[in-house]
Write a new protein. Structure first.
Length: 416
């Protein structure tokens, strides 16, 4: 047991004692800057045993699962310092690349608004059906979830029906199913992964039971790693004026309010452009709004996402032309020559960033880049490459999409 003073909250959301009793850095989850705590240590990591002097910024966590559930790390922190910490993480990542810019106040997505969750299923005690929940903090065990203040209440209300749906997917002892659930305009869309397939996949009986559970739950669609098990309605979402039928397992921003904030900010910055590129476009979250401004070249690796985007173009009117192509932007980035007439590039890569595509943007004559990112670390690396090519990082909008987690989204604006 050690007594520690917490100096800061680290990038993973754990309290950090920088030089605890001269023994180097120690991380203690669920603690806050300024607190004195007693912690049971295992190497450099500890679990808090007692809070000797709590921070005035400590608040009562809204969820009964907080502390056990690995989904949230920061429910015990007051909103203001918590949001300032998110902005500070962006500043720190930029400073590691030698960059500075204006960091706007963090956009805070409201609780109870998450429309996408990944729920893990495990066999429950005999006769109790499937258990459904999130991974435990620092463990692979499951925390069965009864409430989730982060998630849209319509999705939370469906938890018992989702547990009944999960049950047939557990028929093989080696299966560890994950239900990727998306709340769409036409109901819940569920893609199940982690089902043992070597032994022939789901039996006909299990499929039938899954379809019955889906029908009882009034779900829109259930797919097993992309293959339809049950389909009552197409899962539809509205993106700008387009109505998009989601392909199974497609990417969609997790919180509508955060999506709106990022798209509105991007659209405001892109005004005046006559030709735009939307790279890593997904099913068109930014594309359809950008096509209200100018012609859009949209590119994305997932062929089903591009098909969905193209089909949805039929539900729009009066937009500027959209050219959408399925393209791996790591192996085959859009070349600087292809960007010759482009005024504004919007780029929204996965966590790994967009090093290869950034090289081509840097070589091009593009005057403005709007970069959307879910990883401030890779954003900062790509930002540095753009700055070295003559761009100025004008400002960054941090977006707290994954409320009470250490994750940070952002939109950065570059001009030259
Ligand atoms: C963060 S999502 C953004 C999608 C979209 N802009 C949105 O907001 O809904 C990143 C997208 O990049 C796509 N992607 C991942 N690797 C890729 C690659 N190598 N080339 C092109 N697209 C890729 C994914 O399929 C996903 O749709």
């Amino acid at each position: 047991m050690r007594e520690l003073t917490i100096d800061a909250v680290g990038a993973q959301g754990d309290g950090l004692s920088r030089n605890a009793e001269g023994k180097g850095a120690a991380f203690v989850p669920l603690t806050l800057p300024g607190e004195r705590v007693l912690a049971n240590m295992e190497g450099a990591r500890g679990e808090v045993a007692e809070i000797l002097a709590p921070s005035p910024d400590r608040v009562t966590p809204p969820c009964r699962h907080f502390g056990t559930c690995g989904g949230c790390a920061l429910q015990h922190w007051a909103a203001e310092p918590y949001l300032a910490w998110k902005a500070e993480q962006v500043r720190l990542q930029l400073s590691m690349e030698g960059l500075e810019t204006e960091i706007l106040p963090t956009f805070a997505a409201p609780p109870a608004s998450r429309r996408r969750v990944a729920l893990h299923a495990r066999k429950g005690p005999k006769g109790a059906g499937a258990l459904l929940g999130f991974k435990e903090r620092r463990s692979w065990s499951l925390v069965p979830i009864k409430e989730c203040p982060v998630t849209d209440p319509r999705l939370v209300a469906a938890l018992p029906a989702l547990a009944r749906l999960a049950e047939p997917f557990l028929e093989h002892p080696k299966s560890a199913p994950t239900l990727h659930v998306t709340l769409t305009g036409t109901g819940l869309d569920i893609d199940v992964t982690g089902v043992e397939r070597k032994s022939g996949g789901l039996s006909a009986d299990a499929r039938m039971r899954a379809a019955m559970a889906a029908s009882e739950g009034d779900f829109a669609r259930v797919t097993l790693a992309g293959e339809t098990v049950y389909g009552a309605r197409q899962p539809l979402v509205k993106l700008g004026q387009a109505v998009v039928a989601l392909p199974p397992g497609a990417f969609l921003q997790a919180v509508p309010a955060a999506e709106r904030a990022m798209v509105d900010f991007t659209v405001a910055e892109a005004q005046g452009a006559s030709r735009l590129a939307d790279l890593y476009c997904g099913v068109g979250t930014f594309t359809f709004r950008l096509a209200e401004i100018g012609a859009v070249h949209a590119a994305e690796m997932s062929a089903p996402a591009i098909e969905a985007l193209k089909t949805a173009m039929g539900s729009t009117s009066g937009l500027k032309p959209i050219h959408a192509e399925a393209r791996d932007l790591v192996r085959r980035p859009v070349l600087s020559t292809e960007l010759a007439k482009t005024d504004v590039v919007v780029i929204d890569p996965p966590r790994a960033g967009a090093a290869e595509q950034t090289v081509e943007i840097a070589k091009s004559k593009v005057a403005k880049v709007i970069s959307v990112s879910c990883n401030p670390g890779t954003f900062a690396k790509d930002a540095r490459a753009l700055v070295e090519a003559g761009f100025r990082l004008e400002k960054v909008l941090p977006v707290d999409q994954f409320v009470w987690s250490p994750h940070i989204e952002l939109v950065g604006v570059f001009t030259r």
